[in-house]
Ligand binder design. Structure first.
Ligand SMILES: *[C@@H]1O[C@H](CO)[C@@H](O)[C@H](O)[C@H]1NC(C)=O
Ligand SMILES: *[C@@H]1O[C@H](CO)[C@@H](O)[C@H](O)[C@H]1NC(C)=O
Ligand SMILES: *[C@@H]1O[C@H](CO)[C@@H](O)[C@H](O)[C@H]1NC(C)=O
Ligand SMILES: *[C@@H]1O[C@H](CO)[C@@H](O)[C@H](O)[C@H]1NC(C)=O
Ligand SMILES: *[C@@H]1O[C@H](CO)[C@@H](O)[C@H](O)[C@H]1NC(C)=O
Ligand SMILES: *[C@@H]1O[C@H](CO)[C@@H](O)[C@H](O)[C@H]1NC(C)=O
Ligand SMILES: *[C@@H]1O[C@H](CO)[C@@H](O)[C@H](O)[C@H]1NC(C)=O
Length: 404
C-alpha cells in the first residue's frame, strides 16, 4: 500500500515540472481571500509549503470582503481568475501577475452570532461571506455578561510557512461583534485606565505603578494567534476584541508565545490538521494594600472584563483521538505559583501521550468536549524554555487528555 502511494506521489511531482503552472505567493496587505469553488460550495484555498500551486486552467476566486471593498482590476468583490502560466492569471481577457491582484483595502472579516450556547455564553463566528455562504475561520465562545472570551476554536491547517518576512501593518483591534455596552472593552486596555483601575482596586497608587508601568501592563492577547494562519488576510481576522483576553505583557511575549510556538512545531511534525481550542479560566487575584486578595476586573463598575488567571490551549488530533492541553498561569508577579499536579509526559511536553492516572479534579476542560479522566501536569521548566518569565515559578502546565 505504501508503495502505491509513493509511486503516485512521484508521478504527481513529475507532472508539476512538465507544465507551466502558476506558482504564486502574495505578501500584500490588501491580499484577497483565496477561495475555491467546489461546484457551488465555497472553500478556503490553502497554501502548500512554498506558496499556492495551480495547474494551467485552474480557477481561483479572489474575495475582497469588507464594506465597499473590491478587487482593483475588476471593481468586484468576487472575481474568478484562471491560471494561464507563470506570468499570471486571466481575468476577462487580460492576464495579470498574481501579486498585482489586490483589493482596494485590507480585507475585513465578518462576525456572525449564533443561538448556540457554550460555557457561560454564546458562540459567534469570525469569517467571510461569499454570496450566501459563510467561511468560518474562528469560533468564539463569548460571555456577554462579563464581557470576555471563554474560548476560541480554529484549525491549524498547514505546517508553518517560512517565517513571514518584513513588517506588515498590524490593524487596530476591532470591536465588531460586541454589543454597544461591551465595546468599552477597548478602553480598559489603555495605560491610564489600567493605572486608575488598579489604584482603586488595590487602594494604592504605589502598588498600581508596580503592576502597571512601561515594562508591565495588560496586553490584548489574541487567543487564536495570527501566526497560526498562513495568509495576511486571515491574520487580520484575529485582531478582534472578541478574540482577545487581557494578558500580562511578559506572559504574552514569553511563556504564552512559547506555548504557541510549540503547538506550531507540533503541527509541523504531524501529517494532519489539528484542532486548536484556546481559552481563559478563573479570575486573577492581586493583593491589595491590606493584603487582601482582590479579583482583577478591568471595569470600574461591576464584575466586568475579568483578567484570566489561566490561559490554556487544547490541541486535538482527530486522527489519533488524542490531545494535549497546555496551561499557562497568567501572572509574572506571583512567586508562589504551584504545580497543579504531577507530570505525565516524561519525554517531551508536546508528544501526544495517553493518560495514566487521575489528577486532582479539575473542571477546567469540561466545556463542550467529552473529555474524561483529565490529567494535568505542570511541567518543570523545560531545558529549552530559556525565555520563561521566572525560572523559580513553575507556571507552565500540560494537561494530557484522551477523547472517548
Ligand atoms: C461556483 O460554481 C457554481 C456551480 O458550479 C456556479 O453556479 C457559480 O457561478 C460559481 N461561482 C462563481 C463565483 O463563479
Ligand atoms: C459584495 O458586493 C455585493 C454587491 O455590492 C454585496 O451585496 C455583498 O455584500 C458584497 N460581499 C462582500 C463579501 O462584501
Ligand atoms: C490597488 O489600489 C490601491 C488603492 O487604490 C493602490 O494603492 C494600489 O497601488 C493598487 N494596486 C495595484 C496593483 O494596482
Ligand atoms: C455586554 O452587553 C450585554 C448586552 O448588551 C450586556 O447585558 C452586558 O452587561 C454587557 N457586558 C459588559 C461587560 O459591558
Ligand atoms: C527576509 O528578509 C531579509 C532581508 O530582506 C533577507 O535577508 C532574508 O533572506 C529574508 N528571509 C526570508 C525567509 O525570506
Ligand atoms: C515611560 O513612558 C513614558 C511615556 O512613553 C515616558 O515619558 C517615561 O519616561 C517612561 N518611563 C520610564 C521609566 O522609562
Ligand atoms: C460523553 O461520553 C460519555 C461516555 O463515553 C457518553 O455517555 C456521553 O453521552 C458523551 N457525551 C457527549 C456530549 O457526547
Amino acid at each position: 500500500m505504501r508503495g502505491v502511494i509513493l509511486i503516485l506521489f512521484v508521478v504527481l511531482l513529475s507532472s508539476d515540472y512538465s507544465q507551466e503552472a502558476c506558482l504564486v505567493s502574495s505578501k500584500s496587505q490588501r491580499q484577497p481571500v483565496y477561495v475555491k469553488n467546489n461546484t457551488g460550495k465555497y472553500e478556503f484555498l490553502l497554501p502548500s509549503t512554498n506558496g499556492m500551486h495551480f495547474e494551467q486552467g485552474d480557477q481561483i476566486i479572489l474575495l475582497c470582503a469588507g464594506h465597499l471593498n473590491r478587487l482593483n482590476q475588476t471593481n468586484q468583490n468576487v472575481t474568478v481568475a484562471t491560471c494561464i502560466n507563470r506570468d499570471g492569471f486571466l481575468i476577462s481577457n487580460q492576464i495579470y501577475p498574481f501579486f498585482a491582484l489586490e483589493c482596494r483595502r485590507a480585507v475585513r472579516a465578518s462576525v456572525v452570532h449564533t443561538d448556540e450556547t457554550c460555557t457561560n455564553g454564546y458562540i459567534s463566528n469570525i469569517g467571510y461571506f461569499i454570496e450566501d455562504q459563510f467561511l468560518k475561520l474562528i469560533e468564539v465562545c463569548f460571555d456577554l455578561d462579563q464581557g470576555y472570551a471563554v474560548y476560541t476554536k480554529h484549525l491549524l491547517l498547514t505546517p508553518e510557512l517560512p517565517k513571514f518576512n518584513g513588517s506588515y501593518h498590524k490593524p487596530t483591534f476591532n470591536t465588531k461583534g460586541l454589543s454597544p455596552e461591551n465595546k468599552s472593552v477597548s478602553l480598559v486596555y489603555h495605560y491610564e485606565a489600567q493605572r486608575a483601575r488598579l489604584s482603586s482596586l488595590l487602594q494604592s497608587s504605589i502598588l498600581s505603578s508596580h503592576y502597571i508601568s512601561n515594562h508591565s501592563y495588560l496586553a490584548r492577547g489574541q487567543l487564536t494567534p495570527e501566526e497560526d494562519f498562513p495568509f495576511i488576510s486571515w491574520k487580520y481576522a484575529t485582531f478582534f476584541f472578541l478574540n482577545a483576553s487581557p494578558q500580562w505583557n511578559r506572559i504574552d511575549e514569553r511563556n504564552w508565545r512559547y506555548v504557541e510556538e510549540m503547538v506550531r512545531k507540533l503541527r509541523n511534525s504531524v501529517d494532519e490538521q489539528l484542532q486548536i481550542i484556546t481559552g481563559t479560566f478563573e479570575v486573577l487575584e492581586l493583593k491589595d494594600r491590606s493584603g487582601k486578595m482582590k479579583p482583577l476586573y478591568l471595569s470600574q463598575r461591576g464584575k466586568k472584563f475579568p483578567v484570566p488567571k489561566y490561559l490554556w490551549k487544547i490541541v486535538l488530533s482527530e486522527k489519533s483521538k488524542k490531545g494535549v492541553v497546555l496551561v499557562v498561569y497568567n501572572s509574572p508577579h506571583d512567586p508562589t505559583a504551584k504545580y497543579i499536579c504531577s507530570s505525565v509526559c516524561k519525554t517531551h511536553v508536546l508528544q501526544f501521550c495517553a493518560i495514566q492516572t487521575n489528577c486532582p479534579k479539575s473542571s477546567i476542560f469540561k466545556y463542550n468536549w467529552n473529555i474524561t479522566r483529565t490529567r494535568i501536569e505542570i511541567g518543570r521548566r523545560h531545558r529549552t524554555m530559556r525565555k520563561m518569565e521566572n525560572s523559580k515559578v513553575f507556571n507552565f502546565a500540560v494537561n494530557v487528555i484522551r477523547l472517548e
